[in-house]
Ligand binder design. Sequence first.
Ligand SMILES: Cc1cc2nc3c(=O)[nH]c(=O)nc-3n(C[C@H](O)[C@H](O)[C@H](O)COP(=O)(O)OP(=O)(O)OC[C@H]3O[C@@H](n4cnc5c(N)ncnc54)[C@H](O)[C@@H]3O)c2cc1C
Length: 363
Amino acid sequence: MKRVVLLGGGHAHAYVLRMLIGEPLHDARLTLVTPTDRHTYSGMLPGLVAGHYAVDDVQIDVARLAAAANVEFVRAEVSGLDADQRRVTLANGETLAYDFASLNLGSLPSTAAVPGSEMHALAAKPFERFLEGWRDLLARSESAPLALALVGAGAAGVELAMAIAYRLTMLGRRGDVALYSDRPMFSGALARRVRAALARSGVQLLEPEAVTRIEPGGVVVTRAGRSRYDAVIWTAGAAPLPWLRATGLDTDAVGFVQVDDTLRSTSHPEVFAVGDCATLRDHPHPKSGVYAVRHGDFLARNLRYALAEVPLHRYRPQHRALALLSCGARTAIADWSGWTAEGEWVWRWKDWIDRRWIRRFML
Ligand SMILES: Cc1cc2nc3c(=O)[nH]c(=O)nc-3n(C[C@H](O)[C@H](O)[C@H](O)COP(=O)(O)OP(=O)(O)OC[C@H]3O[C@@H](n4cnc5c(N)ncnc54)[C@H](O)[C@@H]3O)c2cc1C
């Protein structure tokens, strides 16, 4: 019996669990380690914040999937891995030995470069913690107007800013939402559409306006001065979990696990890494849920081949990915390599794709 540990209940591991229900792995004992029973699907998170979805609509019950797939479920946070000893350490002090490990641990918004951002801002990830913070802010908005700043005008920041502005408006609450970006946001037609959508939503876009510090009490410091908000939400960048560097696994310059085209570590072939926590050495691609989902399919097959000791499939990331950005209300913007469109139909299209994906995991 080979011991296989799946670390993190992200998109790709959810897919692997789903596949295992129909086709169990023989001669292997599998364990999933993840801190929560449910995994929040990032594509629908802005829709949850906007009030279009209930929590149950956007979460995958990975504990239930694991039980159906005959995979042991350990509700815990991983705090370290010793790749040479093939041992995982959990935050509760327990250790797990493995023959094969797979990492689908995601990433965190990158706060390291800006003093105070880790301490005094609400990070968009982990989603469970963000949602708690968002619920508190929503409760505060019942009694007083809410001034919020979001830092980072990538897809996550833009979608969340519009979702928040829309929710406050729909609830009849007073509030101001500002979005800071240190560089011009997107480019070409997509940038024009996003700027117009932000303006329609009442989101104040501050670009290029590099945030240099966050101070206690919601103070955002830029070269232009200091502005006070009720809360600051940090969505910028994607950083690796800090302990990945100490695992002995090859990492890229930033600290993500470096993998080859089979999604295995370039230093320790018995370790797979997928989704945001991995960087493909030969075909690096953006960190997004679209790729994490694609990795799941390859991982499910390659785990099976690795156990059977047969050649593994090689993954080639797609060159282009469809981006669908929700705009608070039930409208969205689509971008496919410079081709753009927007409207209610784009939102319905996105909603259909997202719901279809998440339905696969409902048992
Ligand atoms: C607000 C927002 C909206 C976004 N919208 C989109 C979108 O529309 N489309 C898109 O393609 N991308 C989107 N993204 C990016 C997307 O979230 C990530 O690229 C995607 O979640 C990566 O998937 P993953 O499976 O690698 O990691 P995740 O989805 O982050 O899953 C990681 C899992 O690992 C678990 N975990 C974390 N740390 C530990 C630990 N120490 N021990 C054990 N388990 C751990 C977590 O609990 C989680 O279950 C969005 C991001 C944000 C912040």
